[in-house]
Write a protein that binds this ligand. Structure first.
Ligand code: ADP
Ligand code: MG
Length: 495
């Protein structure tokens, strides 16, 4: 991390430059079959109030029982964030009234969370990387949902979500632009998807962010922050930060102070508005939940979970750089989704043959990703198989086709010949590169004979050779080996 403000990330105000400071509190739904303190289903959706036990409905005298699977998932996530695991943590009651919170309090962790400090490495571009500190991760219950649009005069409550386990992951105020915050959330989501601890589905609310924003003059201490609650898409996180930073700069430049408060982002208007000020903030009267013992486990339990973690994105990226000789950035792009990383490896190793891994990565991250994007799929979800990618790379590698024809082969596989073996396709369509110098020489001779004026021009100005190359390639349907064409032309023109 840089101690000095990065000039490229500063925001220009009317009176000079400003730096934006961002810290995120992410709520991530734990992947588990049942809820944090009850056995009812944690599945998304379902008819209202069908995933509700007596504990979730807070019937008098019901007692919470901790779900070990949720504890395991929180520890595994902590390990994935290279964080300190606390062998003793405490569940507290966070007291407030809300119609969709039948207990009258949320069970959360306050002073003693299950996971302490950690860090996340975030790639921003081929040359720009930041490290975002993690302050803590704690376990807590989700609340139910009030439904205001089901009846003209009444509101209903759906408790299906009530009691579902959430991990609240609090970052340090280490981000300095909307792009950094978006890249951080994306990376955090990637890590949890690899671990299988949160599906990261933002449409279903499995991942939500409270976004803390302040601004300062470069080099000055942190300014007063505002917290934008419950932002539910990565794009909106970026928009909310930009809107809020602009608002704060406007206030300060007009001579007003920033008041610490909670705000909401309105995506339609592209602005944030006040929800409640610090003075109106809840006093939650936290105290340890008397129904639950402190949560304790031993180091052997943690060590066993650590030993069985899957390969995580940073490790996979390093391995791709080492084993396949990929540039770090290309490797980073491939590992962003585990399925894409697996697809790359399947293509790079297809048939047990060693092939140009950088070329494989270029096809996957380039033309194939562009096609996948255009049909709103990920690369592995398309019908194009790793074997076909390997086939295309091999055909270029052994000189059977040029890079240009390879694009045509891919286009055929995309549109017409979905299951085709690239080599058979090239054979059947007569797309083979002409390396037979006799055939190329004939084409060259014909073109030279037909264009005596151009020959004279090219002999005076050798850069005009390109025109001849174009003509020969045209005459051979783009199949002539470009290097051979060049060599033969130079020889015949005496260049
Ligand atoms: P609280 O205890 O009031 O919730 P925390 O210290 O836990 O406050 O911080 C909450 C979040 O706000 C964290 O993600 C932190 O990084 C972020 N944060 C703290 N100070 C600032 C600041 N000056 N500007 C932006 N974000 C901040
Ligand atoms: Mg907080």
């Amino acid at each position: 991390m840089t101690a000095h403000a990065n000039p490229k990330k500063l925001i220009k105000g009317a009176t000079g430059d400003w730096e934006v400071i961002i810290g995120l509190e992410i709520h991530a739904q734990v992947t588990s079959n049942s809820k944090l303190f009850s056995g009812s289903s944690a599945a998304y959706g379902g008819a209202p109030n069908t995933h509700v036990s007596l504990v979730d409905a807070a019937m008098p005298g019901m007692l919470p029982v901790i779900n070990e699977e949720c504890v395991r998932q929180a520890i595994r996530t902590g390990l994935g964030l290279k964080a300190k695991i606390n062998q003793r943590s405490v569940f507290d009651r966070k007291n407030y009234f809300y119609p969709d919170l039948p207990q009258g309090y949320q069970i959360s962790q306050y002073k003693s969370p299950i996971v302490g400090e950690g860090e996340v490495i975030v790639d921003l571009s081929p040359t720009d990387q930041i490290v975002v500190g993690i302050e803590r991760l704690h376990l807590e219950q989700d609340a139910g949902k009030s439904l205001h649009d089901q009846h003209p005069t009444m509101s209903f409550v759906d408790l299906n979500r009530s009691g579902v386990a959430l991990m609240e992951i609090v970052s340090k105020p280490d981000m300095r632009s909307a792009d950094e915050a978006k890249a951080y959330v994306t990376k955090l989501r990637t890590i949890m998807r690899y671990l299988g601890t949160c599906d990261g589905n933002m449409e279903e609310g499995s991942l939500r962010a409270d976004v803390n924003v302040s601004v300062r003059r470069p080099g000055e201490p942190f300014g007063t922050r505002c917290e934008i609650k419950n932002v539910n898409s990565i794009r909106f996180i970026g928009q909310a930060i930009e809107a809020e930073a602009r608002r704060q700069i406007g206030e300060l430049e007009d001579g007003r102070a920033i008041v610490q408060e909670t705000r909401l982002f309105d995506p339609g208007k592209g602005e944030t508005r006040s929800m409640r000020s610090k003075e109106e903030a809840h006093d939650y009267r936290y105290f340890p939940d008397p129904d639950l013992l402190p949560l304790e486990f031993d180091q052997a339990y943690v060590d066993d979970l650590a030993a069985h973690l899957p390969e995580l994105p940073d490790g996979k990226k390093a391995r791709f750089v080492n084993d396949y000789g990929l540039p770090a950035y290309d490797a980073g792009v491939l590992v962003a989704e585990r399925e894409t990383a697996d697809y790359f490896e399947a293509a790079a190793q297809h048939g047990g043959t060693k092939r140009d891994a950088k070329a494989v990565a270029n096809w996957i991250n380039g033309d194939i990703a562009a096609y996948a994007n255009s049909v709103s799929l990920s690369v592995p979800q398309t019908h194009i198989t790793p074997a076909q990618v390997a086939g295309i790379v091999d055909l270029i590698g052994d000189g059977t086709i040029s890079g240009k024809i390879a694009k045509d082969v891919l286009a055929l596989i995309i549109a017409e010949e979905k299951d085709a073996d690239p080599r058979a396709l090239v054979e059947a369509r007569g797309l083979k590169q002409v390396t037979d110098t006799g055939a190329i020489e004939t084409a060259v001779d014909t073109i030279i004979a037909a264009n005596p004026d151009k020959v004279a021009q090219a002999q005076a100005k050798p850069t005009l050779l390109g025109w001849f190359v174009g003509q020969v390639l045209k005459a051979t349907g783009g199949k002539a080996n470009p290097q051979a064409v060049n060599d033969i032309l130079k020889a015949k023109l005496g260049l």
